[in-house]
Ligand binder design. Structure first.
Ligand code: NAP
Length: 254
């Protein structure tokens, strides 16, 4: 990626191609908008291809696209990376945001609840990183941002699968950062607290009140609260930052 000061202010990502998994809704959609505002060509990947394409069509600027892709499927991830390359050029930014929950207490958790969450949240990130890494290394530049969760830092009853997948993201992030640093490819993670999206829509009023009591800034996060940090980490201002897990949680996990 080019250095700071070589691009028009506010368009620091001009000319970059950014893949955002799970960019059709929630945090991923806010990230897609933030990167597009920064000047990037954004490629949205989600299981629902129509949703991905519709979200891409709404982004600021031109050259965006959306594809059907289950990140748990390595071939589908390779296909998205190849499609991005055909449409524009190889991706220089990857945001691994696709994620799911299948909550339940440990003794009632089904094998499928475990494997679906691990396959999407952790293996999905690995699949996508592997699909773009070679191109980034070859061009001596790139930024990977993994969307983790504070639950990966502090755990949560009823979410052993989700917590394990997100803690796994932290190890993945640091190992990838160490492996790719010599090629100027950075890898960081953001760990949101509770953010208002479809994923948290089913929280009841009493749960939200209880949560707010545990959050020093006393509110749930908005998707844009996370998107600003992802844009920063993706861009040239973060050129000396790699291997970090940064919480965006209103102070919840201090
Ligand atoms: P969301 O509103 O439920 O959106 C999830 C997105 O991921 C959708 O675009 C969905 O699209 C996509 N997706 C799900 N499974 C996929 C798969 N196998 N392959 C490709 N795309 C897939 O979720 P969110 O709340 O924005 O969460 C986004 C990320 O932030 C997740 O990693 C989540 O763990 C993390 N996070 C969220 C919160 C929170 O409070 N909301 C807190 C901490 C961390 P399709 O359904 O079309 O595939």
């Amino acid at each position: 990626m080019s250095g700071v000061g070589t691009r028009r202010a506010g368009r620091e990502l001009a000319g970059e191609v950014a893949i955002v998994t799970g960019g059709s809704r929630g945090i991923g959609l806010a990230v897609a908008h933030a990167l597009a505002r920064g000047g990037a060509h954004v490629v949205i990947a989600a299981r629902n291809g129509e949703g991905a394409a519709a979200a891409a069509a709404e982004l600021e600027g031109e050259g965006h696209s959306g594809y059907a892709c289950d990140v748990a499927d390595p071939a589908a991830c390779r296909a998205v990376a190849a499609a991005a390359q055909r449409a524009q050029k190889p991706a220089s930014i990857l945001v691994n945001n696709a994620g799911i929950t299948r909550d339940g207490i440990l003794v009632r958790l089904r094998d499928d609840d475990w494997s679906q969450v691990l396959d999407t949240n952790l293996k999905g990130a690995f699949n996508m990183i592997r699909a773009v890494a070679r191109g980034m290394m070859k061009r001596r530049g790139g930024s990977i941002v993994n969307v983790s969760s504070v639950i990966g830092l502090i755990g949560n009853a009823g979410q052993v699968n989700y917590a394990a997948s997100k803690a796994g993201i932290h190890g993945l992030t640091k190992a990838v950062a160490k492996e790719l640093a010599s090629r100027n490819v950075r890898c960081n993670a953001v760990a949101p607290g509770f953010v208002k999206t479809d994923m948290t829509a089913e929280l009841g009023d009493s749960q939200v009140a209880e949560l707010k009591g545990r959050i020093p800034l006393a509110r749930l996060g908005e998707p844009d609260d996370v998107a600003g940090l992802v844009r920063f980490l993706a861009g040239p201002e973060a050129r000396y930052i790699t291997g970090q897990i940064i919480a965006v949680d209103g102070g919840m996990a201090m």
